[in-house]
Design a protein around this ligand. Sequence first.
Ligand code: KG4
Ligand code: ZN
Length: 331
Amino acid sequence: MRVLGIETSCDETGVAIIDSQQGLLAHQLYSQVKLHADYGGVVPELASRDHVRKLIPLIEAALDEASCAASDIDGIAYTRGPGLVGALLVGASVARSLGYAWQVPVLGVHHMEGHLLAPMLEERQPEFPFVALLVSGGHTMLVDVQGIGQYQVLGESIDDAAGEAFDKTAKIMGLDYPGGPRLAKLAEQGQPGHYQFPRPMTDRPGLDFSFSGLKTFAANTIRNAEDDPQTRANIAYAFQEAVVDTLAIKCKRALQQTGRKRLVIAGGVSANLHLREQLQKIMTKLRGEVFYPQLAFCTDNGAMIAYAGLQRLLAGQVDGDDVRAKPRWPL
Ligand code: KG4
Ligand code: ZN
């Protein structure tokens, strides 16, 4: 079976083609980062319009890359939610229209399921069951994964997501959008031992997170600090340490609680090298294994949606004829 995957939930237009025998055949991505940069964040209306402009050319490019014709596609998967409603509707409408024109089944996929299954696109894949830490710009959650579609949310953020905390703190520090990777880069120049940020909600039982206090703590720290490059790097370092430590403490707790030996990290923040290193260390100590997607598939992309869609279409799932977007949708 050959599936076209479409991702348009936020500010990346992603298209991919996956084959059940041959694996990933094409992967095309257009990032709207430059379009939103002047505004310091994603402008929903601009995002929708740009998806309209880019989606069809990207689908054509993907078909070219895979050297396949439209008639070779057996199914279409698109991100139904969660995300920006206008942006989601572009992907949903194009998927439905192509499904109708090509007479193939169409399926709306949960964006976070896409992230969760992204490590399956690698050569070394995690076996079920495992614990997944999903860390993106919109979500932070720990999930016990027993198989495709068998997800138990163990804990999630009660306020800001980890990526959102990175982005907001970066903005306070005057770094350009998108701030997360820039803040991580600045932290590389930082030295330990200068600032101590809190590890929110780690002193009480449970697996929920809270990251909004960290940006307030960062704002106060910056206001009272010298304005020189090394100090700023030291603050970025301490902030990143706090987020990574907090995530690591909760991952250990989730593994203890479930007895799982495999940990998957996915979503935009899983591109953070310090987070990857720390979780790798923990899993080595626990004699377990850690899995993450390659960097290109940590942030939003069409390949993860194509993979999730392929699995579900193979299992016989298919949508009705209506065009659906679900801006809010629990996993
Ligand atoms: O998964 P994603 O592309 O979009 C959502 O579904 O939200 O994640 C984007 C988030 C942004 O908040 C971005 O700042 C963060 O992932 N991010 C990072 C890094 N790369 C991306 N955060 C920290 N360190 C990074 N290296
Ligand atoms: Zn995402």
